[in-house]
Design a protein around this ligand. Sequence first.
Ligand code: AR6
Length: 346
Amino acid sequence: MASLIPLAEIPTISLLYRLKHLVPTSSATSTPSQAFNDTISLIRHDITKLQVDCIVNAANESLLGGGGVDGAIHRAAGPELLRECRTLNGCATGDAKITGAYHLPCKKIIHAVGPVYQYEKSKGGNRHEVLLRNCYRRSLELAVENGMKSIAFSALSTGVYGYPSEEAALAAVDEVRSFLQESNNLEKLDRVVFCSFLEKDEQAYERVIPRFFPPTSQDLSSSSKQSGSQPQAQGESSPSSETLAAQLPDPPTVEPTLDGQPEAKKQKVNLDDSIHRVIVKDDEKSEDDWEEVDKADGGPEERLDDEPVEVGQASSVVDVQSVQSSGIIDLNESQHSVQSMLDKDW
Ligand code: AR6
């Protein structure tokens, strides 16, 4: 089971540039900003394990739970969450509502209802994108209104709702940047974390982030690389980048479940010498699967009958995740000196 990740161990994109895990692009559309790059963070992990102020759930209009990250959050938070959700009278697509976090390590959960990609797109225009952007904006507004200083987003709509990863990352990252640029919103938030679960989503963020949050000269400078001094994120005492790099977490290998309960996705684990791989067969994910999981959880059994549900991935897609690669840092590398890590050509 994945371990809890304190905020200080969630890498900022400034650190990821210094580690050369993020690569600058020539097609950057924004001016580099150290303040932004010390605020925006990227991690591939189970979002229920992040010790941030609030996490953003990819919910449906009923707000009564479901599969994917929604199921994981309800399982980890406990039945009190469903009780509170029942009082909220659902939530429109493109909007978000906030609840307590109960047994989760965060303080609040923001439940955002992303668009079902094909369904909204078929209505014409860029409705799907507007709705997805609204989810990110409303979540940020709710976080600020409720005094939350750090927020972690799941990759809304990119699972069952079928939004293509890169298209979704573009809308998400651009909307977050717009929000932070407005009035003094940047000062109100210490961290905004993009938390992905699958490698395809993490890679989409890695391609998109440098366009909207390009590196500063400090992020790229060899002097800061040599000294190992990590620019301090707002509102927290920052450990050195050596500490951070050594502690960067492993990526998730399985969907979280409670002991004795069925997993939300069927998985095959092949431990082959030093190469440990988890193979997630997306074509085995179906609506039936997650309904079964919900009921077995003693969790929500209700959902909107007329809610259109699409399975996003092509049925033949097999997503292979290396569990030895941390998603950020190779496990073997993390055991080497940080200097060799910083010097490595990622
Ligand atoms: N931590 C972080 N991300 C996760 C986790 C986790 N534990 N588990 C899955 N993801 P999805 P949607 C990622 O399908 O597309 C539910 O049934 C996953 O890899 O959870 O918005 C709701 O009740 C993907 O990138 O949400 C709705 O009915 C992302 O979370 C419907 O699914 C979102 O995938 C919402 O569909």
